[in-house]
Design a protein around this ligand. Sequence first.
Ligand code: NAD
Ligand code: UDP
Ligand code: UDP
Length: 416
Amino acid sequence: MFVRFSTSFLLSVVVYSVYCLDTTELSEPPGEHDSQTSCKIKDEMKGGIKQLELEEAQEKIRLLEDRLEELASRIPSHQAYPQIKFRTFKDRKRILITGGAGFVGSHLVDKLMLDGHEVIVVDNYFTGRRRNVEQWLGHENFELLHHDIVAPLYLEVDEIYHLASPASPPHYMYNPVKTIKTNTVGTVNMLGLAKRVKARILIGSTSEVYGDPEVHPQPESYWGHVNPIGPRACYDEGKRVAETLAYAYEKQSNVSVRVARIFNTYGPRMHTNDGRVVSNFIIQALQGDPLTIYGNGEQTRSFQYVSDLVNGLVALMEGDYSQPINIGNPDERSILTFANSIKEMVGGDSSIEHLPPVEDDPQRRRPLIDLAKKVLNWEPTIPLEKGLEKTVEYFRRELGRKKHSERNLGDIEFNP
Ligand code: NAD
Ligand code: UDP
Ligand code: UDP
């Protein structure tokens, strides 16, 4: 095998040769003492060279091991999949998750895969990533399709969780027309699919349908306060139309629909630069940057941990209740209080910086969840501090990540 020598090694060889030349050719014939000294020095030089060769070889082995690890991690069959429940064809469902490579969708994938179902994810990777579902790539129950739901899609499925849509304000405002198309045309396509194959469909709606609410906390019966032409309208009105479409398909074509009004959700796998308050504050605190508060920070939000949401979505899909339902955590905090909690949890010496308020920012948000408690027997169980600890840990790992082979496998929230 061809071996490349380092500069230091070559240098040693040159020094040794010069030494030999010096001692054998140019000097007087050695006496007994001189000859002993010269042998000793020669041995030391040889030993030095051997040591360098060893270090060279060790370095090469280390590089090869890294490369091997990297390559092995890319072979799907190499990885051990999480243990899943076995179901026969009779009680195994084929479930489509649109937006399944995103933050919420990927946790739902975990739950349904662990429960033994077949899961098909459809995603255009606008804000989603293969990395979020890499733990299932190659598994016989899992399929990942790169597809934009604004185009029709023909599949055979039993259930559809329709979550495809940018969700953070900077993402949905980035291309407002596309946001509207995804939530209207894309939703028509998914409802058309549900109608054709007689699948039940759950629409991932949002607390944004209440806009900047005049009723607090928000019950499902509240019709909302949305500016139809403001910067958030592409999302808010898009979701309102998605709900309207769901009930039009239910009425006109007997499609079985479920509508979840999801409130602010956080957890591992949130996009590192989605601009939402949870990811922004945690990343700013981890990097020692100022925490940016838009406005005076008196506006409120109520944050739910992602596993609570996913449990709520599955309970809704499986239950009989078909009207819109709030899925959120009523633990309400001001954004200023929230910033201080993150600072305290992460440590470091980040300051707080107030930036101008954003247009049409809802001032108060808290879900009433009496309905979910009653009809789904569901309520959130993860306290904010506990959920934030896991989320901080996740972002710490993400920021420290240096290699592709550092996988996302450690954050599955559910047990099989
Ligand atoms: P996310 O951005 O992480 O995930 C959305 C996924 O949809 C991404 O993978 C994205 O690539 C995909 N997508 C977007 N447009 C698409 C298209 N046209 N075709 C195919 N795929 C497309 O967001 P998330 O937080 O996981 O949100 C998931 C759903 O939950 C969204 O519908 C969102 O409106 C809703 N929701 C989320 C929250 C929250 O706090 N996370 C709150 C309310 C509602
Ligand atoms: N559609 C789809 N997959 C299907 C069935 C329908 O993507 O399996 C799309 C199709 O593009 C259609 C839309 O869903 O335009 C609405 O379907 P629907 O049956 O309501 O309407 P129609 O086909 O009559 O326009
Ligand atoms: N916010 C903030 N600083 C940030 C990001 C957000 O003060 O860096 C505020 C934002 O103005 C809003 C709240 O935090 O009042 C929640 O914002 P987010 O974008 O997370 O979600 P929203 O609930 O507005 O969709």
